[in-house]
Every structure is written in C-alpha cells, then in structure tokens.
Design a protein around this ligand. Structure first.
Ligand code: NAD
Ligand code: UDP
Length: 310
C-alpha cells in the first residue's frame, strides 16, 4: 500500500520541495494550500502526476480528508516578516486554529504529525548559539509576536496532542532556509539581495548589518525533515546551518557571486529584529546523524542558476 501524506502549505517554497521529495519516494501526496503566499506555479509540474492532488483550502477552517492518511506535515503559514506583518491575524490563525485542525486530522487518521516550527520561537535570543532547551526572548505584543507566539502556541498544542491523545508528533525548529522557488519579492534577505543585485539596484541592508543569521540550503533542510520524521523524537529539534554570517557579509557575498555593480544602502532596522541567530545542531547530529552539506556560497550559486524560478 502506498503511504499517503498530507502537506499543508504544499504550494509554498519549502512545501513544494517536500511535495517533490515525497512524490519521488513513491508516496501519494495531498497538497493543501490557500495560496496566500504560495503559488500554483511551484507545483505546476506535479499537477498531472497520478499520485499528486492539490486541494485549495484554508487550513484555519476545518479540514476534511476522505480515506486513510499516514503522515500530516503542517507547513502552512506565512513565513517572511513582510508577509506576516501584512497578514497578522491570518498568521495567528494558521499557527493556532490551523495547527489544531491539522492535529485533529492526525489524531483521527492515526497519522504521524510534524509541525514546522521556527528559530523565531527563540525571539531576540539571549543565549547564543540557540539550543533546544532555551525558552527564548519573545516580545508578545511586538510586530513579530503574531508569528512567534503563533508558533509557540503551535508547539504547545502539538506537545499537548502528543501527551493527551498519544499522537506521534515531531517538532522541527527551522532556521533561515533559502533556495529555488523563494519569491523574488517575498521580502527576506536572500531573495531581496539577489533580486536587487541582478537588477543593479541598491542592496538594502537594514540597520548597520552587524545582525547575524545562519542560512541553510533547502535540500539540506528536506533531508533533515525526512530524518526527523523517521526518528522517534517527539521533542523539538533544530535544523539549520550553523555557519553564521552578518547581513553585511551576506550582501557582499551576493554582490560578488552575481558580479553586480550594486551599492549597499542602509534602511532602518525593523522593530525586534533579532541581533544574532545560529542553531546549535548537536541534537540533530547525534540523534538523526544529520548535518548540512551545502555551504552558503554553493547554495547561493545554485539559487542564482535557477533565478528565473525565484
Ligand atoms: P511560504 O510562504 O513560501 O509557504 C507557506 C505556504 O503556506 C504558502 O504556500 C501559503 O499559501 C500557505 N498557507 C499560509 N496560510 C495558509 C492557510 N491558512 N491555509 C492553507 N495554506 C496556507 O513560506 P516557507 O518559507 O515555505 O515556509 C513554510 C513553513 O516553514 C512555514 O510554516 C514557516 O513558518 C516554516 N519556516 C520557514 C523558514 C524559512 O526560512 N523558509 C524558517 C522557519 C520556519
Ligand atoms: N534584511 C536586510 N535587508 C533586506 C531584508 C532583510 O537587511 O532587504 C535583514 C533583516 O533585517 C534581518 C536579516 O536580514 O536582520 C534576515 O531577514 P529575513 O527577512 O531574511 O529573515 P528573519 O531572519 O529576520 O526572519
């Protein structure tokens, strides 16, 4: 019997790579998405595949699926800061009501469940690098609170379904991931800088650019997701690339790789923008035997090759 998997947010950047991966592995894939930040273009090539079905649905509303399901991967949520600032209530709803509905499907179908959580649950961290045991430093009423607190609630309800209803759950804390199919104007640093560099327009570094991030290429993330899904770890696991860069270093690297003539300009730093971010991946290394393989230069080069799809 073919395994059936429900991927919410399947038409988004990461979700569409998951759809590709599980189709390749021979699964029957249901991709559920309301296309608020995703696009049918990301899954166009799968629409005619006999094992693939796209369902346009807002998962903050009740989810109805006929037949058995073996896995539920809950990836639906705006993820770019400009997206969740544009859709604050929808972001809170999909993290809370949407996660509740997705967990309800997993419970009813006795399916394994995975929550796409985020390094944002650590907020503007006071512990560096961030390990899973750190509880974070989040401003609940700041602009980023709509995303951070929704994901923190999502983690809490996922653990509660595990403890109270015995649902076999996984929580992945994803650190900044990039690659093909990010939208050019999704507002995140890498697509913004690539778009600006290739057009020769100014590269917009927010603040003085000393804030740091650690960037993971999407194929490394997908491998980490699969390994975590196949493990028996119910508590949160960080997946990300531990090489840390300042945003200024990122901007300079992108200018170099695209051979751009763009100049760097500075814009105001958004409120509550985390000053540092870097995953401690000891847990993933030891329990999942996972570590990233693609460094930033290589990953950016691959992304630039597919820039038409960005
Ligand atoms: P994305 O915006 O490209 O994808 C999100 C998808 O979810 C989109 O297709 C969107 O239309 C869909 N969606 C949103 N609300 C929905 C709803 N109510 N019902 C149905 N579909 C809905 O973003 P992404 O980068 O692919 O992120 C995917 C997941 O991974 C998100 O849950 C995000 O929080 C998490 N994540 C991503 C990163 C990253 O660096 N890319 C980091 C941490 C966590
Ligand atoms: N950033 C920037 N210029 C841009 C977009 C983002 O300097 O055009 C900065 C942003 O302020 C943050 C970092 O780059 O410090 C990463 O931002 P992104 O939106 O990619 O993700 P975040 O990690 O903040 O969720």
């Amino acid at each position: 019997m073919k395994k059936r998997i429900l991927i919410t947010g399947g038409a988004g950047f990461i979700g569409s790579h998951l759809c590709d991966f599980f189709i390749k592995e021979g699964y029957s894939v249901i991709c559920m998405d309301n296309l608020i930040t995703g696009s049918k273009g990301n899954i166009e090539h799968l629409l005619k595949h006999k094992n693939f079905r796209f369902v346009k649905h807002d998962v903050s509303k009740r989810i109805e699926i006929k037949g058995g399901i073996n896995y539920v991967l809950h990836f639906a949520s705006p993820a770019s800061p400009i997206d969740y600032l544009k859709y604050p209530i929808k972001t809170l709803k999909v993290g809370s009501l949407g996660t509740h509905n997705a967990l309800g499907v997993a419970k009813a179908k006795k399916a394994k469940f995975m929550l796409a959580s985020t390094s944002e649950i650590y907020g503007d961290p006071l512990v560096h690098p961030q390990k899973e045991s750190y509880w974070g430093n989040v401003n609940p009423v700041g602009p980023r609170g709509v995303y951070d607190e929704a994901k923190r609630f999502a983690e809490a309800i996922t653990m509660a379904y595990h403890n109270a209803h015995n649902v076999d759950t996984r929580i992945i804390r994803i650190f900044n991931t990039y690659g093909e199919r990010m939208r050019k104007r999704d507002g995140r640093a890498i697509p913004n800088f690539l778009d600006q560099a290739l057009k020769g327009s100014p590269i917009t570094v927010y603040g003085n650019g000393t804030q740091t991030r650690s960037f993971c290429y999407v194929s490394d993330l997908i491998e980490g997701i699969y390994k975590l899904l196949k493990s028996n770890i119910n508590y949160p696991v960080n997946i990300g690339n531990p090489r840390e860069f300042s945003i200024m270093q990122l901007a300079r690297l992108i200018i170099k790789l695209t051979k751009s003539k763009s100049k760097i300009i500075h814009k105001p730093l958004p409120i509550d923008d985390p000053k540092v971010r870097r995953p401690n991946i000891t847990l993933a290394k030891s329990k999942l035997k996972w570590k990233p393989k693609i460094d930033l230069k290589k990953g950016l080069t691959k992304t630039i090759e597919h820039i038409g799809e960005l």
